[in-house]
Design a protein around this ligand. Structure first.
Ligand SMILES: Cc1cc2nc3c(=O)[nH]c(=O)nc-3n(C[C@H](O)[C@H](O)[C@H](O)COP(=O)(O)O)c2cc1C
Length: 336
């Protein structure tokens, strides 16, 4: 057998490198062949998606659910003959309950009015909307696509804490402007809440409500950080932060430190936005905290117009890798 030098010389060079390097044990023990592991790892998502994944068992959306969304987005017929592939004896199993007297004329676009008597501009919200995802965590195209969806579907898009950008405003979908601990888009040079900047942007017709983000299910105890490499000039301008520097959302807010102060802050946001409803988003970590919040509502007489409760199953644009792989839940820092 004659070996082709065009193949053997590079292979020997790689083998020599693998043999003498001391960073990777596998390639040191198995020069060249050990590299197949990286190839296999890079193919892993594809093999799982195309060959291994069960139609009904993907998380958070199964292959079957993703196909249904795709079918609908293409405007194709989604009415089919079927026998269920779901295991209806599985625990838990979720289903729509049957009735011998179903609604004769069901409301196909149910909405709910958000805004208590303290708000002068109540908003009629869809009961399904797009949860907060920041520009920065999402690309401009993703923000725009979701906004078009919100406009066409009659629901709202939550901006997330990364500020209100022109991409949110281009297509006319309803918006909830979220303010996190970084006060992006409404902050002064020291990172503190700037009421004037908030007032100017909240006045935009597309902004129907505003929201204070306290905590997020995906990252207990963490604010969040957008890596400097992602902080392009445009994202920096929208957020009001330096270009290409790590952009930090602190763990907690600087504008308040007690439940009563938080409610006063919410009331000031409602006033600054011209009476638009204001909400609070958090993940329940300690059961006494919502109690304290409700008690503060009673003592101050200030009520948020809506409350968003996040679950621990939620996603995030940026969090330490140890959180999504479940170390926290398994070893326990509380529940949420
Ligand atoms: C890419 C991405 C970015 C997110 N950014 C924010 C954010 O800026 N503010 C926030 O409150 N939640 C943010 N979240 C969390 C979501 O709003 C939501 O609470 C979470 O994903 C749970 O909802 P789900 O179970 O429908 O995914 C983000 C989630 C993702 C996946």
């Amino acid at each position: 057998m004659v070996l082709d030098p065009a193949f053997t010389i590079p292979a020997l060079a790689v083998a020599a490198y693998d043999w003498f390097q001391s960073s990777w044990t596998i390639t040191r023990n198995y020069p060249v062949a050990g590299r197949l592991r990286w190839l296999a790892l890079s193919l892993r998502p594809f093999i799982r998606a195309y060959a291994v994944e069960d139609d009904t068992h993907g998380t958070p959306y199964s292959y079957a659910a993703r196909q249904l969304i795709k079918t609908r987005s293409h405007g194709l017929a989604d009415t089919i003959p079927f026998g269920t592939e779901l295991d209806v004896y599985e625990d838990p199993h979720h289903w729509i309950s049957h009735s011998m007297a179903p609604e004769r004329e069901p409301d196909l676009s149910p909405r709910i009015t958000v805004g208590n008597e303290q708000s002068s501009k109540p908003y009629s919200a869809s009961i399904l909307n797009i949860s907060a995802m920041s520009f920065g965590a999402l690309s401009a195209n993703a923000v725009k696509a979701m906004n078009i969806g919100a406009r066409d579907g009659g629901f709202y898009q939550d901006t997330g804490e990364g500020g209100l950008s022109r991409h949110h405003l281009e297509n006319g979908g309803d918006l909830v402007w979220e303010i996190g601990s970084g006060y992006f888009g409404a902050r002064d040079k020291d990172g503190k809440f700037d009421p004037e900047k908030f007032r100017d942007k909240a006045a935009n017709e597309a902004v129907k409500m505003t929201e204070i983000k306290i905590s997020q299910g995906a990252k207990p105890g963490h604010g969040g950080m957008l890596l400097g490499s992602k902080v392009t000039p445009e994202i920096a301008e929208v957020r009001g932060v330096p270009v290409y520097e790590n952009c930090l959302s602190p763990r907690g807010h600087s504008a308040f430190s007690t439940p009563a102060q938080m409610l006063e802050f919410a009331a000031s946001m409602r006033e600054l936005s011209g009476g638009k409803p204001v909400g609070i988003k958090f993940c329940v970590g300690q059961p006494h905290e919502p109690f304290a919040l409700v008690k503060a509502m009673l003592t101050t007489g200030i009520y948020p117009d809506f409350i968003v409760i996040d679950g621990a199953e939620g996603g995030t644009g940026a969090a330490p890798l140890s959180l999504p792989i479940g170390l926290v839940c398994r070893f326990g820092t509380g529940w949420c």
